[in-house]
Design a protein around this ligand. Structure first.
Ligand code: NAX
Length: 337
């Protein structure tokens, strides 16, 4: 039998946490034969609620769940964890300046970086979900210098999945037949959802290819014909808040599972996914930002897909979201001094 994997979820008493921990305990993240021990961290005001979540996990009698640590102590939470999903953060409240929110999150991610560095298992993989996700991940990387940068990422898989969903709806094809959309850049409204390299399966054959190959329209323009694809994906988070009066939680939790599963178990042959990762300068994106790229994963490591042609319109959009991330990085650093 496999040894249990320890998975940390911070902010576990929150909305996303509540949707995420049962998925992990059911094997959605690491597979149906992988036992897990859940580590759940939240802050003191949420301690009672956190304990309630622990009670429900016990009550659900998940066969794969070999233990639950529910704590407000960062060191206890981080000790020996193999996977860390960082959902906890300081939310932007009405009337708050961007800098104030940034400064709260910089402080949180700085201290949690140190705890992970000192106490997590060697080769721990980190996924930052909490906003500003890319910049929180960058702060975490800076303050956990002994964790390899390859092991620190942020969530743009929700945006990626939203893009798959929009292509599916617009072309009226099953979402499982759509692949290789890309989210470039920041998990914010400047992100660039790109369908230039996407494909769908044809009704007749198994082989994926661009649609419609026989008509004048490119796949991209076909999707655009069906409305504001890019802005719909960019603004989807706001649309969910408007409809639900709460921000997305089930889709965020599900996408976080997809992100870790593909990272650990690998992406299917011929398929890439979007992950926020440390830029090495690929596609002329400034090095030293956490930026969302198309990646493939194998043996627990991601690799940026290279050599995709970038047209002029896309180039502008890749640069715009990079500029925003550079600005965020500067703002974060100004909060440190
Ligand atoms: P909630 O406010 O419901 O939950 C956040 C939880 O974090 C709370 O229980 C809070 O007590 C806890 N927390 C605060 N400071 C903490 C700390 N220092 N250590 C541990 N826990 C702490 O928010 P929820 O809807 O769950 O969203 C969580 C985060 O995900 C937010 O930052 C949100 O903006 C971000 N999102 C990111 C997405 C992405 O795709 N990257 C999409 C969904 C979501 O909006």
């Amino acid at each position: 039998a496999k040894q249990p994997v320890r998975v940390l979820v911070t902010g576990a008493a929150g909305q996303i946490g509540y949707a995420l921990v049962p998925m992990i305990a059911r094997g959605v993240m690491l597979g149906p034969d992988q036992p897990v021990i859940l580590h759940m961290l939240d802050i003191a005001p949420a301690a009672e609620a956190l304990n309630g979540v622990k009670m429900e996990l016990v009550d659900a009698a998940f066969p794969l769940l070999k233990g639950v640590v529910a704590t407000t102590d960062v060191v206890e939470a981080c000790t020996e964890v193999n996977i860390a999903v960082m959902v906890g953060g300081f939310p932007r409240k009405e009337g708050m300046e961007r800098k104030d929110v940034m400064s709260k999150n910089v402080a949180i991610y700085k201290s949690q970086a140190s705890a992970l560095e000192k106490h997590a298992a060697a080769n721990c993989k980190v996924l930052v979900v909490a906003n500003p996700a890319n910049t929180n991940a960058l702060i975490l990387k800076e303050f956990a210098p002994s964790i390899p940068e390859k092991n620190i990422s942020c969530l743009t898989r929700l945006d990626h999945n939203r893009a798959l969903g929009q292509v599916s709806e617009r072309l009226n094809v099953p979402v499982s037949d759509v692949k290789n959309v890309i989210i470039w850049g920041n998990h914010s409204s400047t992100q660039y959802p790109d369908v230039n390299h996407a494909s769908v399966k044809t009704p007749a054959g198994e082989k994926p290819h661009f649609l419609p190959s026989t008509e004048d329209l490119s796949f991209t323009s076909l999707i655009r014909l069906h409305g504001e694809f890019i802005t719909t994906v960019q603004q989807r988070g706001a649309a969910i808040i408007k409809a639900r009066k709460l921000s997305s939680a089930l889709s965020a939790a599900s996408s976080a599972c997809d992100h870790i599963r593909d990272w650990v178990l690998g992406t299917p042959e011929g398929t890439w996914v979007s992950m926020g990762v440390y830029s090495d300068g690929s596609y002329n994106v400034p090095a030293g930002l956490i930026y969302s790229f198309p990646v493939t994963c194998r043996n627990g490591e991601w690799t940026i897909v290279q050599g995709l042609p970038i047209d002029a319109l896309s180039r502008k959009k890749l640069d715009l979201t990079a500029e925003e991330l550079t600005e965020e990085k500067e703002l974060a650093y100004s909060c440190l001094s």
